[in-house]
Design a protein around this ligand. Structure first.
Ligand code: SAM
Ligand code: 2KA
Ligand code: SF4
Ligand code: MG
Length: 207
């Protein structure tokens, strides 16, 4: 059966959902409820959540249940991530979250079309499957993962496509952070339109 042949507005494959501190990007340090949908076809060699890739591994959960559980915590900030959340039509999930008063941030590679209603888009383009063009004008932050030195060029190519208000972030790939962070520091000093984003949750040892 086609993995995506169900009504996405009613149910979605949920890998995990957890209340934590946003570790990355502009909202770093803010308490947030994370909804991690299963399924991704982008195939980043360094992905830190490869377990998410096979959507069939994760149970379909009703959108209503997912949203109800989000309501059990103090923060009204939700981060929808994955896997690649836009493999699915997010109209149902996001409209239910909005109805409950959530501020919705999404983490995406941009490799699939946009759907739903969201408040903040973190676009993290991947060489393995580049973003669709519609994402550039929607991005509130552009978060480029620096795995090797060629990624600085990749970063600039994407910075040229987003609009002026978009925050520009360089984030070291976790396994390469000791090697690449000094290059990122120097790059940001030379090109101050960029900021460093660290995966602070990994340093804090929280989810
Ligand atoms: C796991 S992805 C899920 C959302 C979406 N598939 C994406 O890639 O944007 C969440 C964020 O983690 C970043 N990320 C994944 N693996 C990483 C790693 N090994 N080091 C640093 N950042 C990583 C991604 O670039 C993305 O910004
Ligand atoms: N604390 C925390 N912050 C995050 N920011 C983006 C994450 C993700 O995997 O999408 C993530 C995550 O997995 N944990
Ligand atoms: S797009 Fe995101 S979830 Fe998919 S492989 Fe890349 S980092 Fe992992
Ligand atoms: Mg993560």
């Amino acid at each position: 059966m086609d993995k995506t042949s169900f009504d996405h507005t009613k149910e979605l494959p949920l890998m995990e959902a957890f209340y934590t501190i946003q570790g990355e990007g502009a909202y770093s340090g803010k308490a947030a409820y994370f909804i991690r949908l299963g399924g991704c076809d982008v195939g980043c060699v360094w992905c830190d959540v490869k377990d998410s890739w096979d959507a069939d591994k994760w149970p379909l959960r009703s959108v209503q249940e997912i949203v109800d559980e989000a309501g059990n915590y103090q923060s009204k900030l939700v981060v929808v991530t994955g896997g690649e959340p836009f493999m699915y039509n997010l109209d149902g999930l996001t409209s239910e979250l909005k109805a409950k008063g959530f501020h919705i941030n999404v983490e995406t590679s941009g490799a699939h079309p946009f759907s739903g209603t969201v408040d903040w888009v973190c676009l993290s383009p991947k060489k393995f499957k580049a973003p669709m063009s519609e994402w550039y004008e929607m991005a509130d932050e552009l978060k480029i993962i620096i795995f090797n030195e060629s990624d600085f060029k990749w970063a600039e190519q994407h910075a040229a496509l987003v609009d002026d208000k978009c925050k520009l972030l360089l984030q070291p790939e976790w396994s390469k952070q000791e090697k690449m962070t000094p290059y990122i520091i120097e790059y940001v000093k030379q090109h101050p339109k960029w900021s460093i984003s660290l995966q602070t949750h990994k340093y804090l040892d929280i989810p």
